[in-house]
Write a protein of this length. Structure first.
Length: 719
């Protein structure tokens, strides 16, 4: 088969699925055959209020099960410079995608803000709109943020805006195949040169019982909360929620840039199934056609594809049709039991618009670990499914996944992924394991800096702890790769720590001592006056800790270290409750908890305002030959940060005390601290814990300005 398009590499990914906060926990759950389905949590709605075994009455259902993620109401708004008030009106799906895209880019070893201005596309699969429904039900006041917070188009557009990505920015809704269609569009646009790279995500949040009732009355849902894909007792699917994102770029560029590749997209196809027996009924010939199209686009022989992550909803009608479609598409493959079939919906439920990304991340993790997790809830094959004489078999236990060997040539692991929309939009993709392992570094490990930062000291400790755990669980981690990724692949924030080490063991000791608040010679000290001879690396690290502008690329030029990115733990966002005030949802969604979280949010804000010599108000404000931050700029900071931090207007600014001037000789990022009282806020501007200005703001409606002065009359009085 001849391949006519360039291959696309997946270089980063992130996810939050039922029972898993990240892809490592997701993989552990798959290996342990964990069932992540539960009763509908009380913080969504009381399922008892809608439950009826016979479903005879209006708006009732006998379905009470689902796959749910934790903290769907939590977000870190100020990290993205979003006011808490605006965040309250943002659909949780917007917030989940934003944080997950940040994490996927970091997972690839890139600082998301370093990609600003690039032609990076943002593609998101999403379908449900429960948050807007909740607002209507509770008669929430309609304000400006409702439009940008609840329409689907803004999910992608907000990411492009905040991260300054200039590629295409689009949302796809084809129901259950939404993510896969979004992935298809991203691959196509990269191959056409419309985008240089792309982030692609799928998201689903379950917040109201409406679709439970509707899908239940359609006979789609499992009444006992068990998804039994391809099993004789299959009785429907279980709804689930979650979010997943992958970061894509051309394979050749990923190799050139030293990226750690998760897998390669070889071919992908999308098509509607045309007319069937009903709008939501699948058709085997249509599914087979899209599978066949994806295989042809991949340019690889179908007999070398040894795993299919099936759509596998666990419906008595859908499962036999899907298997029949695969048999048609693979009709020329004569090898028996060569290709395994699994379905992650048995573990976490059907994530609907995010279903495809759950299957994709499972495949990528299976590539990494060379292992196929068993399919949960499978006991006996559906009698309407016949696998004998076909290449397919069901994965009934965790199975080692070996590369095929053709005449002495090792063939990479290859897998197919199916996703079929409720309205007939079918998608299939073929993936391949990453190219041969990158050659181990042979040059000597040099002494290097390990840089870690966060917005607060508490988050910094959490981040150091997660990285330390990662190092301990990955014994073959390379110190230079670790250093390079953290140095160039993470944003430098206000709370910082630097370690200087030349081996992993010493670094682990230093990180543990930092967590235990003990001194260690490898922890860079912030006191520049200590009388000790320092290397250039130590001096530079000390400057970095002091939040001075440091060009690490200059330091890197003097070393022989290779520039290789690796997958590392991602930034620990704050978990701040963001929910509109009128919600009647119980327990953790209660209004009192919202008020408490909002108060905690505004107690200690560290917002970064960078002063540069090129700012007009600094460039033109020269005192005794020094560029000085003008006093009125502090008033602007106090006003802006108060209104952004506490979601309230500022009526007055009082008690301003200019302690000492800030001289701007290079870029400076002072720390802005805000402490809120009942109706006032206290602010201070600090650099390295030294106070430069303090003040107070009074919160409340700003008085209406008095009538404008008559300038002509004023001039007459002056004359």
């Amino acid at each position: 088969m001849k391949k006519e398009t360039v291959d696309i590499a997946i270089v980063g990914m992130s996810c939050r699925f039922p029972g898993a906060k990240n892809y490592n926990e997701y993989w552990e759950n798959l290996l342990k055959n964990t069932n992540s389905i539960s009763e509908i949590p009380a913080d969504r709605w009381s399922w008892q209020d809608y439950y009826e075994e016979l479903e005879g009455n209006k708006n009732t259902t006998k379905i009470k099960w689902g796959g749910f993620i934790q903290d769907v109401d939590k977000f870190d708004p100020l990290f993205f410079k979003i006011s808490p008030k605006e965040a309250n009106y943002m659909d949780p799906q917007h917030r989940l995608i934003l944080e997950s895209i940040w994490h996927a880019i970091e997972d690839a070893g890139y600082n998301p803000r370093s990609l600003a201005g690039k032609k990076i596309g943002v593609y998101v699969g999403v379908s449900k709109n429960d948050y807007a429904e909740l607002m209507r039900e509770t008669k929430e006041s309609i304000i400006s943020f409702v439009s940008t917070g609840t329409v689907h188009s803004i999910i992608a557009n907000r990411v492009s805006y905040l991260l300054d990505f200039t590629g295409k920015s689009e949302v796809v809704d084809t129901a259950c195949s939404s993510f896969m269609v979004a992935l298809n569009n991203a691959v196509r646009d990269i191959q056409l040169g419309i985008c240089e790279s792309a982030v692609v995500g799928g998201v689903n949040a379950i917040l109201t019982p409406t679709m439970y009732i509707s899908h239940s009355k359609s006979g789609m849902l499992s009444h006992d909360g068990v998804c039994r894909s391809f099993d004789e007792k299959a009785n429907g699917y279980v709804r689930g929620e979650g979010v997943g994102v992958v970061f894509l770029k051309p394979l050749d560029e990923a190799k050139r840039d030293g990226d750690d590749i998760w897998g390669v997209i070889k071919g992908i196809a999308v098509a509607h199934g045309g007319k069937s027996t009903s709008l939501t009924a699948p058709r085997a010939s249509s599914q087979a056609a899209v599978v066949d199209d994806a295989i042809k686009k991949s340019g690889i022989p179908p007999e070398t594809i040894t795993y299919i992550e099936a759509h596998g909803t666990g419906t008595p009608l859908g499962d036999p049709i899907e298997i029949e479609a695969l048999k048609i598409a693979y009709a020329e493959v004569k090898t028996d039991n060569n290709c395994a079939i699994g379905a992650v919906k048995t573990n976490i439920g059907h994530l609907e618009s995010a279903a495809g990304v759950a299957g994709l991340i499972k495949i990528l993790l299976a590539f990494k670990h060379k292992l196929l997790p068993s399919m949960l809830n499978f006991n006996k094959l559906n009698p309407y499914i016949e696998l004998q004489g076909s290449p397919f078999y069901i994965v009934e236990k965790n199975t080692e996944w070996h590369n095929l060997n053709n005449a002495g040539n090792e063939i990479p692991l290859r897998a197919g992924l199916s996703s079929f929309g409720m309205g007939g939009v079918n998608a299939h993709a073929v993936f391949e394991d990453k190219p041969l392992e990158r050659k181990p570094i042979k040059n000597k490990i040099e002494k290097t800096a390990i840089l870690i930062s966060a917005q607060t000291d508490g988050q910094l400790k959490d981040y150091v702890d997660s990285i330390l755990k990662h190092i301990k669980s990955n014994v073959d981690i390379n110190l230079n790769d670790l250093s390079y990724t953290l140095m160039f692949g993470r944003e430098a924030m206000d709370s910082r720590v630097a370690f200087i080490a030349d081996n992993i063991e010493t670094l682990q000791e230093a990180m543990q001592d930092f967590l235990d608040e003990k001194p260690h010679p490898c922890i860079v000290n912030t006191n520049k006056n200590l009388k000790k001879e320092k290397t250039k690396l130590e001096v530079t690290a000390q400057d970095w800790i002091s939040r001075e502008l440091v060009d690490w690329s200059e330091i890197y030029k003097t070393t022989k270290m290779e520039k290789r990115r690796i997958h590392l733990p991602v930034y620990p966002f704050k978990k701040i409750r963001c929910w509109f005030q009128g919600s009647t949802i119980k327990n953790s969604f209660a209004e009192e908890k919202n008020k408490l979280d909002q108060a905690n949010l505004t107690k200690n804000i560290n917002e970064k305002n960078t002063f540069t010599i090129n700012d007009y108000y600094i460039r033109d404000h020269v005192v005794k030959g020094e560029n000085i931050v003008p006093g009125v700029k502090y008033l602007d900071i106090f006003l802006t940060e108060s209104e952004r931090g506490v979601s309230s207007e500022v009526s007055e600014i009082n008690d301003v005390f200019w302690v000492k001037p800030i001289k701007v000789r290079h870029d400076i990022s002072p720390k802005i601290e805000l402490n809120r009282n009942v109706d006032t806020a206290e602010l201070s501007v600090k650099i390295n814990d030294a106070i430069y200005c303090t003040g107070k703001t009074k919160l409340g409606k700003r008085p209406i300005a008095e009538a404008k002065l008559n300038i002509a009359e004023v001039k007459k009085t002056l004359q």
